[in-house]
Design a binder for this molecule. Structure first.
Ligand SMILES: NC(=O)c1ccc[n+]([C@@H]2O[C@H](COP(=O)([O-])OP(=O)(O)OC[C@H]3O[C@@H](n4cnc5c(N)ncnc54)[C@H](O)[C@@H]3O)[C@@H](O)[C@H]2O)c1
Ligand SMILES: O=P(O)(O)OC[C@H](O)CO
Length: 353
């Protein structure tokens, strides 16, 4: 008898891949999850728990884990790719012989490829040439999703079928899926917020207050949207879940790996020590260099990213950088209503600059 259930594949055995596989299975899909680690796959099938990444949460027992890519992709209608950005293209290449253009491919990865400043859905496009491509992003701490805490996310694609299928496959009483069509903006939002989560973790460890955190998050949002709009995204995307929503959660929670790296740095650890203690990937550490270089290249004003880069890689103490940023040029609150140039002009007339 053939299996009538929707067929879902998840590539990646980390915490988000695991949480996602479980949601799709809770929703009645037949789910196969690909991991490179054969032993962990066997362990998941035995205990229905991912002991390495989400040891405290039971998975839906219907999820079948495997390190055999062909088996995992066989018959899949919907494929989620939850692999860190540095390994993303390699894994997609490994999957490519078993993919076909009727499938829907969705990236969940919030990072940027160094070579060519590529986002993950662009890699999916380049490697496959398929049309049904999307990005899943939003305030989605994996362990909270696994605990079935009420959560919302965004499926962004210019392809209506991709949006509808993902809403059907994942939408349930604890996971609500909103649709968007600014794939680039949603994907950039997910990658950029990691930078500011590091800064927020650092500020918390240094004992800075709630006013400071609020200022940091709001100015981060201004900076993120300035950058994304300069590269072609829609500014309105940043008032959504994948913009301000994800920024809030990642800058506020020590469940975020990026926040935890920042916190460890604020406590005085070196970057190497902080990353090693984390034992997982914090995408923001790479993203800050890529974004800072891109911003310089394109002439985009990014004082927070520039400052954080100097703290992480230039040996500037975080507190000193915070003081420098406070004394930076006076600027506009909401640039979409009052431009930075207008503020400068008024100050010139005042004779202040
Ligand atoms: N963890 C979260 O809370 C969360 C939430 C939303 C989105 N995301 C995004 O989803 C993506 C996946 O996150 P995650 O937490 O599931 O996993 P992760 O980023 O911690 O990656 C771990 C997984 O990737 C695998 N991996 C690493 N290098 C590999 C390689 N060369 N070949 C094959 N597999 C490799 C590891 O074995 C492991 O299964 C990340 O980019 C993250 O930004 C994470
Ligand atoms: O653990 P982080 O810092 O990679 O962040 C997790 C998610 O992106 C939160 O939405």
């Amino acid at each position: 008898m053939s299996d009538e259930r929707p067929q879902v594949a998840v590539l990646g055995g980390g915490s988000f891949g695991t949480a996602l596989a479980s949601i799709a299975a809770d929703n009645g899909a037949s789910v196969h999850q690909w991991l490179r680690d054969t032993e962990l796959a066997a362990e998941i099938n035995r205990s229905h728990r991912n002991a390495r990444y989400l040891p405290d949460y039971a998975m839906n027992p219907a999820v079948v884990a495997s390190s055999d890519m062909r088996k995992v992709l066989d018959g899949a209608e919907l494929v989620f790719v939850a692999i860190p950005s540095q390994a993303f293209r390699d894994v997609v290449r490994k999957a490519r012989p078993y993919l076909n253009e009727r499938q829907i491919l969705v990236s969940t990865t919030k990072g940027i490829q160094e070579d060519g400043f590529k986002l993950m859905s662009q890699i999916l496009e380049e490697e496959t040439g398929f049309t049904h491509i999307g990005v899943l992003s939003g305030p989605n701490l994996a362990s909270e999703v696994a605990a079935k805490q009420l959560t919302a996310t965004v499926i962004a694609s210019d392809d209506a079928l991709t949006r509808a299928r993902v809403q059907t496959a994942l939408g349930c009483d604890y996971f609500r899926v909103y649709a968007g069509n600014d794939r680039y903006g949603v994907e950039l939002g997910g990658a950029l917020k990691n930078i500011y989560a590091i800064a927020a973790g650092m500020a918390a460890a240094l004992g800075m207050g709630e006013n400071t955190r609020s200022m940091l998050m709001t100015r981060a949002l201004a900076e993120m949207s300035r950058f994304a709009v300069a590269l072609g995204a829609n500014p309105m995307t940043f008032i959504g879940l994948a913009g301000v929503g994800d920024l809030i959660v990642t800058c506020s929670s020590n469940l975020s790996r990026n926040y935890r790296v920042g916190y460890a740095l604020g406590e005085g650890k070196s970057l190497e020590e902080a990353v090693e203690a984390l034992g997982q990937v914090a995408e923001g550490v790479n993203t800050v260099s890529l974004v800072r270089d891109k911003a310089r290249q394109e002439g985009i004003y990014m004082p927070l990213a520039e400052g954080l880069h100097q703290v992480l890689f230039g040996g500037v103490p975080a507190r000193q950088m915070a003081q420098l940023l406070m004394l930076g040029e006076q600027s506009s609150d909401v640039e979409f209503t009052l431009s930075r140039e207008d503020v400068k002009q008024a100050r010139r007339l005042e004779g202040d600059v």
